[in-house]
Design a protein. Structure first.
Length: 435
């Protein structure tokens, strides 16, 4: 995490004070359950809560202890004992460090997911608003970067809306999958602690018990979580690259909002660069970079090793903080995006009507020409236009072989822009419903 790309609400989930607060709650809820089962005195459980519930944990002190013990959970428990007193000996009864670490991580990941889901809602709201604004704004569709057939700018945004709707559902599923708790002891057998303790802690922390754990919660859950973040990041980059293309000088169909006093280049005062979109491309790369270690963390030795631990200490905060920043930036970018319908129309007309070539092809086949012959007739009139040597409609009307099948009026009919947009309403209803 670096401040430049960090929002405080997400960052606070990963702060040491937050982490130690969650560790304490896990230990204290476990103590409550142990007390109810008669394993430890009820007064001891009450004392743990009374003395530490509102405590501010001394991060520097915990770090100092860890430098000696070389163990973070032991360092925390030692500091907790300094706060609680003699009753602290009843804390962590029958538990292992991973019970605390893994349950805490999953609490943090679910909280992070909640913020990311709220971010996705902002992106979806911006996309929907702009999609309806430009529902019937014609623009050129491109395949391989080359002019293909007309679409609308609203359809481009509706496509993104559907994509991020899927992203939201995936994240909801990933959140559910990772929201598990393990308080099962050294190798997950509950030999030293009753399974009812796990059930109590899980409920108190907003999780569900892990059906079966070893010393750790299975990492395939986390692999799915971070893979989902990676897919969302790719969707962010897809629309960012689209905007970057549209802002190119030769295209200029849309561009990022340029605020008063903003500077585009230290050398060239005329520049208005797509810096936000380019930034989103870079941030997306970083989120995706954590997918591979998350997948590799699934493979641990026997009941546990700690090869996953160092990676997760980085990937948890970095991936969620970065994606949080990127989604909020994307929502603002879409909301303020400058759109130029006149330039879209200009680009539509740039190839002299070639965007209607398929309609002419189909019309010829419907009038008796073979597909192969129809293709040759259309292509031989299209290529001169491609080279800038005429107008497609004019050339078709002059072609005697074309005229064997189509009248001038029938040729002109194939150049109706509205024909390409006749199902926009249908597509919008599929994406947005009846709203």
């Amino acid at each position: 995490m670096i401040p430049r790309y960090t929002r405080l609400e997400m960052a606070s989930i990963w702060e040491p004070q937050t982490r130690f607060k969650i560790w304490f709650e896990i230990e204290a809820h476990a103590a409550d359950a142990l007390a109810e089962l008669g394993t430890i005195p009820k007064e001891a459980a009450r004392t743990v809560w009374a003395k530490a519930k509102n405590a501010t944990f001394d991060v520097a002190r915990i770090d100092e202890i860890e430098r000696e013990t070389k163990h973070d959970v032991i360092a925390f428990l030692t500091h907790l004992a300094e706060i609680v007193g003699p009753e602290a000996r009843f804390v962590h009864q029958g538990m292992t460090s991973s019970d605390v670490l893994d349950t805490c991580l999953n609490v943090q990941l679910t909280r992070a997911a909640d913020l990311l889901l709220a971010d996705l809602d902002k992106v979806l709201a911006a996309l929907k608003k702009r999609a309806f604004e430009h529902k019937m704004t014609p623009t050129i569709g491109r395949s391989h970067g080359i002019h293909a057939e007309p679409v609308t700018f609203g359809l481009k945004l509706a496509y993104a809306y559907a994509e991020f709707s899927r992203a939201k559902q995936r994240l909801i599923a990933a959140r559910k999958e990772v929201a598990t708790c393990a308080i099962s002891g050294a190798v997950g057998t509950f030999a030293q602690i009753d399974p009812r303790v796990e059930e109590h802690v899980a409920k108190a922390m907003g999780l569900v018990p892990e059906p079966i754990s070893t010393q750790v919660i299975p990492r395939d859950r986390h692999a799915m979580y971070f893979s989902t973040l990676g897919v969302i990041a790719s969707s962010v980059e897809r629309i960012a690259v689209e905007i970057r293309h549209m802002q190119r000088t030769e295209v200029l169909e849309a561009e990022e909002f340029f605020s008063e006093g903003q500077k585009g280049s230290s050398a060239m005062p005329h520049k208005r660069n797509p810096v936000l979109s380019e930034n989103l491309t870079g941030l997306s790369r970083m989120v995706r970079a954590y997918v591979t270690p998350a997948l590799e963390n699934v493979v641990l030795w026997h009941e546990r090793d700690i090869s996953h631990s160092s990676a997760e200490r980085m990937m948890g905060p970095d991936a969620t903080v970065t994606l949080d920043f990127a989604l909020v930036r994307l929502a603002g970018l879409i909301d303020k995006l400058l759109v130029y319908p006149a330039n879209m129309q200009k680009n539509l007309d740039r190839l002299g009507g070639l965007v209607h070539s398929q309609r002419v092809l189909l019309a010829l086949t419907q009038k008796g020409a073979s597909r192969e012959d129809a293709y040759k007739l259309v292509q031989r009139n299209a290529m001169p236009v491609w080279r800038g040597e005429g107008d497609f409609l004019v050339l078709l009307k002059k072609d005697a072989e074309v005229k064997k099948y189509l009248t001038d009026a029938e040729i002109e009919e194939q150049f109706d822009l509205g024909y390409h947009l006749k199902h926009v309403d249908t597509i919008f209803k599929r994406v947005f419903g009846e709203s």
